[in-house]
Structure formats: structure tokens, C-alpha cells
Design a protein around this ligand. Structure first.
Ligand code: CA
Length: 225
């Protein structure tokens, strides 16, 4: 999961980043409107946390920009002002949630979880695909009711496949999903190949079906053949 934090209070940005990284999110922070705009025009994020008062602009404008671009990112607005009209304006223009500072970090992480779940799986607590069951809140995976041990990358890959069933995913899209902007620095897709191969092998050895299909020269598709 890729998360972008837009927050000019560097200490707060750092504590949010550290906290979310511990929960296995990939997280980057930027400190102003211009940097944020640059990021959202290039990268896809699962969730963006936006402070309203930025030194060079208004966070609500970023939300508008995301909506203009038909972005699929979840958006949480964070503001020091407990102003009701900011809150309403934010939700009106398409933010998913709103947090007033100061807030507890576990609260932020709970909101992110619920947004991602809502967006990816229509709010389901459990993602079921034939004999594969995933509980995104606890990151547990079962195949035929037996727990399946996955590395964090394999787990993310599985969720990505499950939320894009029967769709061809390019190697580039998978790399960006798993690595965020570090994907630009990959000099080959061996990394993707290895994770895909291991995930497929683990599902099959646990008695699951062979759902990962190679789409020649493009990428992969997850689904029943
Ligand atoms: Ca601020």
C-alpha cells in the first residue's frame, strides 16, 4: 500500500511516516502543495493524507486536482482548524474522511484501513476467492481454511491481484504498486517475476488453484483460466 503524506509540520509528518511504516505501509511525506502536486501527477497512491493549511497553497485544492484526474486514491483531510465548513467542504469535494489535529496515530491508521477496504473490496471484512480467504485488517491469508504464510510483498501482490481479478496487470503497474517510486530505479523485472513465482507456488502447494497466468511480454492476470 502506497501512502502519501502532505504535511508541512515536519515532525508530525515524520511521526506519521514512522508509525505507518511499522504497519507495513509504504509511505512518503512531502511538505508543501507544489511537491504534492508533482507527486500525485506521477504516482498512484492508495491513500493520501492532506493537511489543509500548506505554506504555498490549500490542501483542498489538491483534493480537487485528484478528483479532476479521476484518481482512485483514498483521501483523508487533516486540519488543525476544527472548522465545520472545512470539514464539509472537504467531504463535499470528494475526500473520504477528516481528522482534526491533534489525533492519535492508531486512529489515523484505522481510518486508512477502512478507506482502503472500502475502495478495494466494497467494504468487505473478508476477501474470498474460491478457496482463498484474506482478512485485510489482520493481514491473514488462508487457503482451504489453513493459514498461508506470505512475505509482506507476496501479501500485497495477492491483494493487488484479488482486487484486479481477470484483468491484465502490466509488470510496470505491479512494480509501482509494490515499490512506489523506487520502481523507477529497477533495472529489470526479475524482482516482480520472483515474487509472482513464489506466491503462485505457495498457493498451489497449499492446495489452491493455479490462478496466476503470464500474459506474454506484458505482465500477469489473476483468475480462473
Ligand atoms: Ca499546516
Amino acid at each position: 500500500m502506497n501512502i502519501l503524506i502532505v504535511e508541512d509540520e515536519k515532525e508530525l509528518a515524520a511521526s506519521m511516516t514512522d508509525f505507518l511504516k511499522e504497519s507495513d505501509y509504504r509511505c512518503e511525506a512531502v511538505y508543501n502543495y507544489t511537491q504534492a502536486l508533482g507527486k500525485i501527477n506521477i504516482y498512484q497512491y492508495d491513500c493520501i493524507i492532506v493537511d489543509i493549511m500548506l505554506p504555498d497553497g490549500n490542501g483542498l485544492e489538491l483534493v480537487r486536482e485528484l478528483k479532476r484526474n479521476h484518481s482512485h486514491s483514498g483521501v483523508i483531510i487533516v486540519s488543525a482548524k476544527n472548522a465545520l465548513d472545512d470539514k464539509i467542504k472537504g467531504l463535499d469535494i470528494g475526500a473520504d474522511d477528516y481528522l482534526t489535529k491533534p489525533f492519535h496515530l492508531p486512529e489515523l491508521s484505522a481510518r486508512i484501513k477502512s478507506i482502503i477496504r472500502r475502495r478495494q473490496f466494497d467494504g468487505e471484512q473478508e476477501v474470498i476467492f474460491n478457496e482463498i480467504h484474506v482478512l485485510p485488517d489482520t493481514r491473514q491469508v488462508e487457503v482451504k481454511e489453513q493459514p498461508l504464510e506470505l512475505t509482506p510483498k507476496e501479501y500485497e501482490l495477492l491483494l493487488y491481484f484479488l482486487s484486479n481479478r481477470n484483468r491484465t496487470l502490466t509488470r510496470e503497474a505491479i512494480a509501482e504498486h509494490l515499490l512506489g517510486e523506487q520502481a523507477d530505479m529497477l533495472d529489470s523485472f526479475d524482482f516482480i517475476y520472483t515474487h509472482v513465482k513464489n506466491l503462485r507456488k505457495k498457493i498451489i502447494s497449499a492446495g489452491g488453484g493455479d490462478y496466476v497466468h503470464t500474459v506474454y511480454a506484458i505482465g500477469y492476470r489473476f483468475g480462473v483460466k
